[in-house]
Design a protein around this ligand. Structure first.
Ligand SMILES: C[S@@+](CC[C@H](N)C(=O)[O-])C[C@H]1O[C@@H](n2cnc3c(N)ncnc32)[C@H](O)[C@@H]1O
Length: 453
């Protein structure tokens, strides 16, 4: 059954999610941008205890940070590798006990739990931005790679069109770090459609099997042994190269198990027999890469073709930092299959959950904000009908919050409040003041709020 938890993901993971039960985890946590988006969100006309605090992306060194640090240093429950402990000790020396370290400790505690709940074949995608991605790579290497896992990609997602940032290049891209728990994992190759210009330029040759382009069968750098055998008079190391034979056509011809056992010579002979090799004038063998018009280009790690959600988009729910469904569709399609369990421990308005549901995956969602939970339920009901609600196990949600699930979220910016002296419900006003205080750039006495009691 699908599960939706209202609460702090660290506690939920520890208490409710068993070891090695999740196939794919995607998280999109607050980014350590040290800003709070200047937004307070308000469930219009309904319950107004907007839990803005959890959404504020501002961090301070406090008791939580001290406890978290001790938990890692003392290797609480044995969840931390020596590398992770040494890394956090090192970062404590380098960064000092401040905002950034508090954020990284908070995330390390959660990532260690995510590692625990992932199946050995599981994959992990961490969505972040360049302000902390370099630290995340260290943390993920220390948790995943030190235990037999692997770093796969740093996906760069171009999230906005060009804009100018003062005195530097425009910052318009997020990072998504992709790791696996072992070397045995699911990866479904994805493709992007060919552009017409690309086709005309690259696939000029044609034979009885169709259009093809001539591609390398070797890679740069000389080696010896099997990847440097002489074949049809060609010895790669003489040109400072080694054999680098594409694996997919071999798998297509003989299947994955047999493909693993073939020597370089056997692979080359197989490709030649099946008309996948041509020889240039100077006798260099080249791979004939046939055009599969239905597939397109193999998807690379630079993603520029998925736009952020526009103000007019149908999927837009008004939740700050909502991600486009197309982004999650790509991740879920690449790293899972039907009926797999997808976990999103920072669910927001449930983009990953809605996509997982549509792609027939099972899912677990967690968020610390009740409006997020409420919005996820509404989103699922709108997309899949009322019956879907019976298939969800709700956990930790105070029933008074769930009487009327919210529809859309109204964003009120702190600036709006100051400029328009918006009238507010008293509880929301309190949240606004707390948030403004946290921002520090706006002093609370700058704000003239008219409070409705
Ligand atoms: C950047 S948003 C996620 C947006 C999401 N990807 C989407 O498309 O809607 C981060 C979410 O993490 C939640 N969050 C922050 N700290 C949390 C915690 N400790 N436990 C659970 N959820 C948390 C926030 O309430 C917020 O909804």
């Amino acid at each position: 059954m699908n599960k939706l938890f209202y609460g702090d993901n660290l506690e939920v993971l520890k208490k409710y999610i068993k070891d090695e039960t999740v196939d794919l985890c995607y998280i999109d946590p607050p980014f350590h941008s040290n800003r709070n988006y200047h937004q307070i969100y308000n469930n219009i006309g309904k319950e107004d205890t907007a839990q803005t605090q959890a959404f504020l992306d501002t961090w301070t060194w406090d008791d939580h940070a001290n406890i978290g640090l001790a938990e890692i240093q003392e290797n609480y429950l044995g969840h931390f590798t020596t590398q992770a402990i040494d890394l956090i000790n090192g970062l404590t020396k380098v960064l000092g006990k401040g905002s950034l370290l508090a954020y990284l400790i908070n995330m390390t505690l959660r990532i260690a739990e995510i590692y625990r709940v992932l199946k050995s074949t599981g994959s992990f995608y961490l969505h972040c931005d360049p302000s902390a991605s370099h630290y995340f790579k260290l943390i993920l290497d220390a948790i995943f790679c030190s235990q037999g896992g692997d770093y796969k990609n740093e996906i760069i997602w171009k999230r906005t069109s060009a804009h100018s940032d003062a005195n530097r290049f425009g910052k318009n891209a997020d990072r998504i770090l992709f790791y696996t728990k072992s070397n045995d994992f699911i990866f479904n190759q994805l493709y992007t459609p060919y552009e017409e210009n690309y086709l005309l330029k690259n696939y000029k040759n044609k034979d009885k099997n169709g259009y093809y382009k001539s591609d390398d069968l070797t890679g740069a750098g000389a080696t010896n042994g099997d990847s440097d055998i002489e074949w049809h008079g060609y010895k790669p190391s003489k040109r400072s190269r080694h054999w680098a034979i594409p694996t997919q056509p071999i798998i297509n011809l003989v299947g994955i198990e047999k493909a693993k056992k073939l020597t370089t010579k056997e692979k080359l002979d197989l490709l030649l027999e099946n008309d996948f090799i041509l020889f240039t004038k100077n006798n260099t063998p080249r791979f004939k890469r046939y055009l599969d018009i239905n597939k397109g280009n193999v998807l690379q790690e630079l993603w520029t073709d998925i736009n952020a959600i526009s103000s007019q988009a149908r999927e837009r729910l008004g939740y700050p930092t909502q991600k486009p469904e197309a982004l999650l569709e790509r991740i879920i399609n690449a790293s899972s299959k039907e009926n797999d369990i997808i976990l999103d421990a920072f669910s927001g308005c449930g983009t990953s959950i809605a996509v997982a549901q549509r792609l027939n995956r099972k899912w677990i969602g967690i968020d610390i904000n009740y409006q997020s939970i409420s919005l996820i339920l509404k989103r699922l009901e709108d997309s899949f009908g009322k019956e879907i609600l019976d298939l969800i196990e709700l956990n930790g949600i105070p029933s008074k919050f769930m009487v009327q699930p919210c529809d859309k979220i109204q964003i009120i910016t702190v600036k709006d409040l100051i400029e328009n002296q918006k009238r507010l419900d008293i509880r929301l006003s309190f949240e606004v003041l707390k948030s403004a205080e946290k921002q520090q750039q706006i002093k609370s006495n700058q704000m003239k709020l008219e409070i409705e009691v």
